[in-house]
Ligand binder design. Structure first.
Ligand code: SF4
Length: 488
């Protein structure tokens, strides 16, 4: 180029980059006329994890004896490895190693994912918004509320429709939120007809400005089942208030087996089975994830034939955060009284059994597309190899779950990956590291680029810009394949 700009061909944007400048995604730059991947290339080392002396990565490479295989204690991740585009070129790094006498190869690339998103699990019983409600970031819809799970609200964010199917701003707001969540940063989300939630992987959620402390112990029915014995004899009736299943001790099977007498209590809502009520109130952020501030509002009149003056009633939420104690007056109306000391312990026990509330962020991407062509000339063979467990897929060295069925659709917990492992390109799409590790013999059999296989030491000796990171001790070592484990 006349102005010394060089062309980056690592993604479809094909930026022209002037000397000293970076391309649109800030991943590549022009350094003295050379196209350079700007973030350090991350290499995992498990020497520390195993209590072995740490040898600086580059020093180790000086000891290279020219053999093709390295010792298997270092794993080249795809973080900062770069991308090849178009995909039919071999992946940027195809690295050999020897693990327990087995020749292995790891194919490493930063995949560009238009088909990707994150699944967010938020441990809270507070109602964040109706199912299917749009979730917004920077005012743009970037996902929706999906079916809640036990003690947690679930969000589905991103996906190809939000990335590519709407306006340019919707696509970039989606990409930006996904990138921040995957890189471990906090993102503020607004749910239509619902709450404002701050989400950060591995941190407690913040719902409408209040940090969530604990997730619920279980639904109302489960709570009755768990604690019925501790209430028996100390109180005549217990109602555990819950958005989904509210439990009533005297009607519940747990109360029946203990011999708790009928109390003539009447609950609003729909009776599912004895002692289990649905829809006692609207969802909300108060008692047990409902909208009620006054627990008595979910009770009807006590049946005068069964109830008696002085009847002791405990109402408690599924986290123990809300509780109130009542006694029936002569007119059988409940009057609030101080919680007796012998019931305090059971309320504290509910709290004690609630786990800390956290946000979990799983990146989900489809690697069954064109990036396979950087691994093999016959892409479907890679899919079959992954399906047959001959090829291990990792994401920045972290284990992934590959969905059954077609394609290579995987999920990874971003908290198990090195921080800032993700990037983006302005198409817009997310850039995620992906590594395929398999036996060298299997790699040849699936039509891999065997001529491009090179030892770890060869890249270490000739290129700089690498960063050694200690492997996470809780992650399985990516070079220890099932085959190798079997051989041990
Ligand atoms: S957006 Fe980034 S990867 Fe794509 S061409 Fe520009 S600099 Fe290269």
């Amino acid at each position: 180029m006349a102005d010394d700009a060089i062309r980056c061909d690592a993604c479809p944007v094909l930026c022209y980059i002037k000397p000293g400048r970076t391309g649109s995604c800030d991943r590549y730059g022009n350094q003295a006329g050379k196209l350079v991947r700007l973030d350090p290339h991350v290499v995992l080392d498990r020497a520390l994890e195993r209590g072995q002396p740490v040898v600086p990565f580059l020093e180790r490479s000086n000891d290279w004896d020219g053999s093709l295989m390295s010792h298997g204690e270092t794993f080249v991740t795809a973080i900062g490895a770069g991308t090849t585009y178009p995909d039919y070129k071999p992946a940027p790094f195809i690295i050999s190693s020897q693990v327990e006498g087995v020749d292995m190869v790891t194919v490493v690339t930063e995949g560009i994912f238009s088909y990707c998103g994150v699944k967010v699990k938020i441990d809270t019983d507070r109602h964040l918004g109706p199912e299917c409600s749009a979730i917004r970031s920077e005012g743009e819809a970037i996902g929706h509320v999906t079916t809640s799970e036990y003690g947690s609200q679930m969000l589905s964010l991103g996906g190809v429709r939000h990335l590519t199917g709407g306006s340019r701003h919707e696509g970039s707001a989606t990409c930006d939120a996904l990138l921040n969540l995957c890189n471990g940063n906090a993102v503020e989300l607004k749910i239509d007809n619902g709450a404002k939630v701050t989400v950060q992987a591995g941190k407690p959620p913040v719902v409408d400005g209040a940090q969530e402390e604990r997730m619920r112990v279980g639904c109302g029915s489960a709570t009755i089942g768990m604690f019925a014995k501790q209430w028996f004899g100390k109180v005549d009736e217990v109602v555990v208030v819950d958005d989904h299943i509210t439990g009533v001790l005297s009607e519940h099977q747990a109360g029946k087996l203990l011999g708790v007498p009928e109390t003539g209590i009447k609950l609003k809502g729909r009776r599912s089975t004895p002692g289990r009520y649905f829809q006692v109130a609207e969802p909300g952020t108060s008692w047990g994830g409902t909208n009620i501030e006054d627990p008595l509002s979910i009770l009807g009149k006590f049946n005068a034939k069964k109830a008696w003056p002085g009847l002791r009633l405990l109402m408690v939420s599924t986290t123990g955060e809300h509780y109130a104690y009542f006694e029936l007056a002569e007119d059988l109306k409940p009057h609030e009284a101080e919680l007796p000391a012998n019931l305090r312990e059971s309320v504290a026990r509910i709290k004690e059994n609630c786990e800390p509330a956290l946000c979990t962020v799983l990146f989900m991407g489809g690697a069954g597309g064109s990036l396979r062509a950087g691994v093999t000339e016959n892409p479907v063979k890679l899919t079959h190899s992954v399906r047959g467990s001959l090829t291990r897929v990792t994401c920045g060295g972290a284990p992934v779950y590959v969905w059954p069925g077609g394609g290579i659709t995987f999920m990874v917990d971003v908290a198990r990956m090195p921080r800032n492992a993700f990037g983006y390109v302005p198409t817009p799409a997310l850039v995620a590291p992906i590594e395929f590790t398999l036996k060298l013999a299997d790699y040849g059999a699936l039509g891999g680029y065997v001529e491009s296989v090179r030892p770890l030491s060869s890249i270490a000796a000739t290129e700089d810009g690498r960063k050694r990171v200690n492997a996470m001790p809780d992650n399985p070592w990516p070079l220890e394949s099932a085959e190798v484990s079997k051989k041990k």
